[in-house]
Design a protein around this ligand. Sequence first.
Ligand SMILES: *[C@@H]1O[C@H](CO)[C@@H](O)[C@H](O)[C@H]1NC(C)=O
Ligand SMILES: *[C@@H]1O[C@H](CO)[C@@H](O)[C@H](O)[C@H]1NC(C)=O
Ligand SMILES: *[C@@H]1O[C@H](CO)[C@@H](O)[C@H](O)[C@H]1NC(C)=O
Ligand SMILES: *[C@@H]1O[C@H](CO)[C@@H](O)[C@H](O)[C@H]1NC(C)=O
Ligand SMILES: [Cu+2]
Length: 129
Amino acid sequence: MLHQGNRFSSLIIIYAIFSLPSLMLKSEGLEHIVGDSTGWELSTNYTNWTQGREFHVGDVLVFNYDKDQHNVMQVNSTAYADCGKDNYISLYTKGNDSIVISEVGEHWFICGVDEHCEKGQKLSIDVAS
Ligand SMILES: *[C@@H]1O[C@H](CO)[C@@H](O)[C@H](O)[C@H]1NC(C)=O
Ligand SMILES: *[C@@H]1O[C@H](CO)[C@@H](O)[C@H](O)[C@H]1NC(C)=O
Ligand SMILES: *[C@@H]1O[C@H](CO)[C@@H](O)[C@H](O)[C@H]1NC(C)=O
Ligand SMILES: *[C@@H]1O[C@H](CO)[C@@H](O)[C@H](O)[C@H]1NC(C)=O
Ligand SMILES: [Cu+2]
């Protein structure tokens, strides 16, 4: 007969064995190279790039671009729609920016340089949990 305490610690160990791998998977996430090999630039249709892709919390978006020509602004839906550049949420300018997705829902990114957003350099993603 198992002692009550032993039974409890066995349960803890079993729980740990089954939950650890999924916790580890969750923290790793997938890396999405925005625009694949063409990166973040003017002639890619980023709506097309998102087709067939799934984004989850913990995934990483990587923006590769020439930092003298582009940047990445995370904005709200209004600024995404009208290419407003004054009230961004975050601004990235390194040219190889990794952005960890931390929230479920829609996320919007535009290029804040000149009229690039107006010309189509914008990305909208829908993040699942
Ligand atoms: C985006 O996809 C549409 C339809 O799938 C296609 O007509 C269009 O040429 C694509 N645009 C680019 C820039 O690849
Ligand atoms: C986006 O931000 C602007 C400026 O802060 C604000 O006026 C607008 O209502 C916001 N849009 C949404 C959908 O929250
Ligand atoms: C980004 O580029 C800089 C140089 O421009 C380099 O030092 C850095 O290691 C790069 N970071 C990543 C994550 O590639
Ligand atoms: C990108 O392609 C989609 C169809 O996949 C189209 O609806 C949209 O207008 C295109 N955007 C641009 C800026 O051409
Ligand atoms: Cu740009």
